[in-house]
Design a protein around this ligand. Sequence first.
Ligand SMILES: CC/C=C\CC/C=C/CC(=O)SCCNC(=O)CCNC(=O)[C@H](O)C(C)(C)COP(=O)(O)OP(=O)(O)OC[C@H]1O[C@@H](n2cnc3c(N)ncnc32)[C@H](O)[C@@H]1OP(=O)(O)O
Length: 279
Amino acid sequence: ATIRRTEPTAGSGDSARRFGTQRVLVEPDAASGVAVMKFKNPPVNSLSLELLTEFIISLEKLENDKTFRGVILTSDCPRVFSAGLDLTEMCGKNPAHYAEYWKAVQELWLRLYLSNLVLIAAINGACPAGGCLISLTCDYRILADNPKYLIGLNETLLGIVAPFWFKDTLVNTIGHRASEQALQLGLLFLPAEALQVGLVDQVVPEDQVLSTALSVMARWMAIPDHARQLTKNMMRKTTVDRLVKQRDADIQNFVSFISRDSIQKSLQMYLEKLKQKKG
Ligand SMILES: CC/C=C\CC/C=C/CC(=O)SCCNC(=O)CCNC(=O)[C@H](O)C(C)(C)COP(=O)(O)OP(=O)(O)OC[C@H]1O[C@@H](n2cnc3c(N)ncnc32)[C@H](O)[C@@H]1OP(=O)(O)O
């Protein structure tokens, strides 16, 4: 994928400089050590191969810059945090493309889930499937209080199955029983329900999502990095190792599953339904 970097905006200091790429805006504040990363892949921030690639590059840049200790993930698109994996990447393409795409999805998850940075999701819009997965890799989730902003792993509604590492990430967050129900039914939770089940940590008025994320970030950044990072690693490494050990097999499994005629038909029908919703 071709990556076009955005020009820094005019400003006096580092904190006024933006960097990033076409689809991932990064607003760094060197003074606080916090960067706000905004997804900008209109209309719905679907996780296309380009967005995944740019996301990984921007994250790596922040990980390698010791100025930054915390990142807030949020959306630049109105009403949608992320619509999840890009269905057009999983429909009507060839096996090599599916393999490349899935490797990028795995790569992003692996980097986010064990990131040394404090990651906070400021969820300012709908957050289904892969969008929910991204928020679940964060250390803390704040969701805007809007009944349209549903969140959850709804894969079964599309006739597909959440991979084991999506499931593991959910189980690590809300426990086994709640995950079993949520995954089988493909539940998309309203904000109050998401809070109750522990899928998000806070629900706040829409105009307070970012300010809340910044104040929560201050609390997390008050903890010495090495102790917090080792603790995060202790909690999450077993889950990550499971995928690392069978990464290639997981790619093969995805490619053969997604290539089935029945799965392609289900996805096509789901896409059609999304498009017809408008008319
Ligand atoms: C072995 C393992 C096998 C498989 C595992 C695969 C795992 C997959 C995980 C996933 O993430 S699958 C993706 C699941 N995502 C969804 O179900 C969300 C679908 N989208 C929506 O529900 C809605 O679009 C929204 C609530 C996010 C936003 O609603 P609204 O603002 O009303 O926008 P529209 O629905 O009108 O959509 C605008 C435009 O965008 C297209 N689109 C929506 N979602 C996707 C998507 N995920 N991928 C690609 N394109 C998407 C939609 O079709 C519309 O296109 P137009 O051409 O009609 O403008």
